[in-house]
Design a protein around this ligand. Structure first.
Ligand SMILES: NC(=O)c1ccc[n+]([C@@H]2O[C@H](COP(=O)([O-])OP(=O)(O)OC[C@H]3O[C@@H](n4cnc5c(N)ncnc54)[C@H](O)[C@@H]3O)[C@@H](O)[C@H]2O)c1
Length: 255
């Protein structure tokens, strides 16, 4: 198979959803064997079916990124099926409305909502990196891409712990990039703006017109817009890029 990721094996967390699914399809199109992991196993299987329909090669894995044992067996599962782990896209995440914090300011977030948000969107990324890096060190290198956000770069109203988690993801990304540069492991992040997925449905319902008014290109992004950047960061064309955070946001951060 030819393509930018020909012969590579890739793991995608949150691969049952918008950005993860689009990235699974892009990776498979470019010749990668893709392991699609998600807490929602049916959603992961649907992504695999779409990859197979498009002529690619994929497998599904269950994997709650907050569960250390599940994350370890997720990484082991990819290696036992594909022999190695060349590319890891740590993308699983949740929004405030999924932890009962929709529309709440910082002091109004319930304790349990903050805990869950940090467990999935921040510690979950670290747990995945931890096991991926062990494998990549053992095999002599690899590439990690984490899903950050424009919320990792600036504050956003009523997104308190989400914003904190995404700032933290960029911290993990930059530090790991330094620590493993000499081990042939590159670590980067993509920072999406407002992308049309399940995650943004609640926000767009509440204040979509206002938000779109603030995006210079005047529309939301599509999951494929992010997938193409993740593909670039995952393939050899970006071999001199590490520790970087790329905005894909229709110009939002340029204002
Ligand atoms: N949509 C946007 O506008 C936007 C903007 C910036 C960043 N992001 C980030 O992009 C990533 C993907 O989000 P999306 O927009 O595709 O949303 P989505 O809801 O379509 O996809 C997220 C996926 O993550 C999975 N997931 C949630 N919790 C999990 C867990 N504990 N373990 C494993 N999987 C879990 C979900 O089941 C879902 O399939 C997230 O990290 C999100 O924070 C999204």
């Amino acid at each position: 198979m030819s393509g930018l990721l020909a012969g590579k094996s890739a793991l995608i967390t949150g691969g049952g959803g918008g950005i993860g699914r689009a990235t699974a399809l892009a990776f498979a199109r470019e010749g990668a064997r893709v392991a699609v992991a998600d807490a929602m196993e049916d959603a992961a299987r649907q992504t695999v079916a779409l990859v197979n329909e498009a002529g690619g090669q994929a497998m599904s894995l269950s994997g709650d990124v907050t569960d250390p044992a599940a994350v370890e067996s997720m990484v082991k599962g990819v290696v036992s099926a594909y022999g190695r782990l060349d590319v890891a896209f740590n993308n699983a995440g949740i929004a405030g409305y999924q932890v009962e914090a929709s529309g709440k300011r910082t002091h109004e977030w319930p304790d349990a909502s903050v805990d869950r948000m940090l467990a999935v969107n921040l510690k979950g990324v670290w747990l995945c990196m931890k096991h991926e890096i062990v494998q990549m060190l053992a095999q002599g290198g690899g590439v990690i891409v984490n899903t950050g956000s424009i919320a990792g770069l600036v504050g956003l109203y009523t997104s308190s712990a989400y914003v904190a988690a995404k700032h933290g993801v960029l911290g993990f990304t930059k530090t790991a990039a330094l620590e493993y540069a000499k081990d042939n492991i590159r670590v980067n992040a993509v920072c999406p703006g407002y992308i049309e997925t399940r995650m943004t449905e609640d926000t767009m319902r509440r204040r979509g017109d206002e938000l779109i008014g603030r995006i210079p290109v005047g529309r939301m992004g599509q999951p494929q817009d992010i997938a193409e950047m993740v593909l670039f960061l995952s393939c050899d064309r970006s071999s001199y890029v590490t520790g970087a955070c790329y905005n894909v946001d229709g110009g939002y951060m340029a204002i």
